[in-house]
Design a protein. Structure first.
Length: 107
């Protein structure tokens, strides 16, 4: 049975210098990777941690304060599709963009 970790982590590699301790974002990514889990955004986009081009959060809904702090971690063999939904209609409900994942039939 696949396990998916998904949600607001309030974390990004860009913030590692603010949390210069064991257990920062990069340490967490390395640990999850060692267990076979990947960030689905990074897996499908090919982008590097900390260099995301699609934000998942707008601080207080300000478009000039975008961050990528919401993540979905899964084992790639179980994931068919991943998407950050950027439709404007969701902005009235939250300053976070919804994440969507479609699992494979190989469960």
């Amino acid at each position: 049975m696949p396990i998916v970790f998904m949600g607001d982590t309030n974390s990004n590699k860009q913030f590692d210098h603010k949390h210069n301790r064991e257990g920062n974002h990069s340490d967490t990514i390395r640990l999850l990777n060692s267990w076979g889990y990947e960030s689905m955004y990074h897996y499908f986009s090919g982008e590097e941690q900390g260099k995301e081009t699609v934000p998942t959060f707008r601080m207080h809904n300000h478009k000039d304060k975008p961050y990528h702090i919401d993540f979905c971690f899964a084992k790639p063999k179980f994931v068919k599709h991943f998407e950050i939904i950027t439709e404007k209609k969701f902005e009235t409900y939250s300053d976070h963009n919804p994440l969507s994942i479609e699992l494979t039939d190989d469960l």
